[in-house]
Design a protein around this ligand. Structure first.
Ligand SMILES: [Zn+2]
Length: 438
């Protein structure tokens, strides 16, 4: 990519008063007492001309507390960005603002620790704000909201972070996490789980860094505009502002990480057995719905096999603390949860020393994609130099809402609130004011 000819810009630099740098921490919601945190912004969009098939982002003016920050790319040194109607650029440290009123692709690159937008040197931290309909395309993917760019600590790349109103964000999540042709009640349950999860994770991990979540299954999958359609939009709209809260350690109700996974394999798992101590303990519940709903090949999996040498190598590489074992020679199941789900794996080194890892960490270290080893609800055996996984069931960690199960329950006539009550029995629904206005 060269400097694109598209830099037909209207360029206006002026001195800006010091800008308040990125301060949209959704965690604020959590620190507020009570759940009637009102931040309603009714942004009427009457008479907006429609561009292409994308609806304008209607809640663009909602308060920062109801936005989320999603890491789009962690370490690229150049990007191509385009918008349907231009954008403004500001240096977060102040000093520079610019108006790109033409459409077309603009080249962004890193040079000498500074971000260049088109020909113009802006600074080490930059925000691009698209004009109405308030979305941008980055590396050929469309996203609503704003684009924040931060030079990495190592000065060798640019983090691209999407600041997006919560409800607009969910449009890009629900359609990526579930099939949009699924039952409306299942889609709505998914929307509430994803909304709650976003705020809980942002609050817990977002401090001290520029983003709350990734856009991958490490958190929840976010595909931006590509995932949106009218059914997804309706599910988000019908549940706008709805969240789950549950008693935390001190008994006070908090927004908690509403974990969910594709299919629990017959029984959801206690969250502490999978992820360790957490502020809200999610119980496991028996779920016959996913087996009935998922295709056989999506429910049952295996067999799979790994050589013991590979198992040892992968674990040692991932966990420096295992170095004292020198090489792992034997593995065994140490702890199990419901239906014998493997929750802890014991490791023995050639020197006889022992250690252990969580079942889910063991699985994802061996298979970071999670597609070959689909769950820890599986038989594990070691013979000579081979580790075998047989009779696997389910897909994912199995904690919280079971997506295929939710679809089964919805098909059976349950409402989205009933689906959520089934998988998060200790939680209750509350509504906050966000800004999804049609
Ligand atoms: Zn299930």
């Amino acid at each position: 990519m060269g400097l694109s000819a598209s830099a037909q810009l209207v360029w206006a630099i002026k001195q800006m008063k010091r800008l308040k740098a990125a301060s949209s921490t959704p965690g604020l919601l959590l620190s507020l007492r009570g759940w009637v945190y009102a931040a309603a912004v009714a942004l009427a969009v009457s008479g907006c001309p429609r561009r292409d098939t994308v609806e304008p982002t209607v809640d663009i003016d909602s308060p920062p507390e109801t936005w989320v920050r999603v890491l789009l790319f962690g370490n690229l040194s150049e990007y191509a960005v385009s918008t349907p109607a231009g954008f403004t650029v500001e240096a977060l440290a102040g000093g520079v603002t610019a108006d790109f009123s033409e459409t077309g692709s603009v080249h962004i690159r890193l040079q000498d620790g500074r971000i260049y937008v088109g020909r113009h040197r802006i600074g080490p931290a930059v925000v691009l704000r698209p004009k109405e309909p308030y979305y941008f395309e980055l590396e050929e993917m469309g996203f609503r909201g704003h684009l924040y760019l931060h030079v990495n600590a190592g000065n060798d790349g640019i983090q691209a972070v999407n600041h997006v109103p919560l409800e607009s964000y969910l449009l890009g999540v629900v359609g990526a996490e579930m099939y949009s042709y699924w039952e409306p009640e299942a889609l709505k349950a998914q929307a509430v789980a994803a909304r709650t999860y976003s705020l809980a994770i942002g609050h817990r991990f977002g401090r001290g860094r520029h983003w709350d979540m990734t856009r991958t299954q490490a958190n929840q999958v976010y595909k931006g505009l590509e995932a949106e359609n009218s059914r997804i939009r309706q599910a988000v709209l019908d549940t706008a502002g709805q969240l789950l809260i549950a008693p935390g350690r001190d008994g006070r109700e908090v927004i908690f990480p509403t974990y969910y996974s594709s299919s629990c394999g017959g029984h959801t798992e206690n969250s502490r057995r999978v992820f360790g101590p957490d502020w809200v303990n999610l119980p496991g519940v028996r779920c016959s719905w996913c087996e009935q709903t998922a295709r056989r090949g999506d429910f049952y999996w295996g067999p799979q096999a790994y050589s013991m040498a590979e198992v040892s190598q992968r674990l040692m590489r991932r966990y420096a603390s295992l170095a004292s074992l020198e090489r792992i020679e034997a593995i065994e199941i140490r702890q199990t949860g419901y239906e014998q789900r493997i929750t802890q794996v014991g490791l023995t080194g050639v020197n006889g020393r022992q250690d252990h890892v969580r079942g889910e960490d063991f699985r994802l270290t061996l298979d970071p994609t999670g597609r070959r080893l689909r769950s820890t609800l599986v038989e594990l055996s070691q013979t000579n130099e081979t580790v075998r996984f047989t009779d696997g069931r389910g897909f994912g960690h199995g904690v919280g809402l079971c997506q295929y199960g939710a679809q089964g329950l919805a098909r059976d006539g349950r409402t989205w609130a009933e689906v959520l009550a089934f998988y998060y029995p200790q939680a209750r629904l509350v509504r906050i004011e966000t800004a999804m206005v049609e």
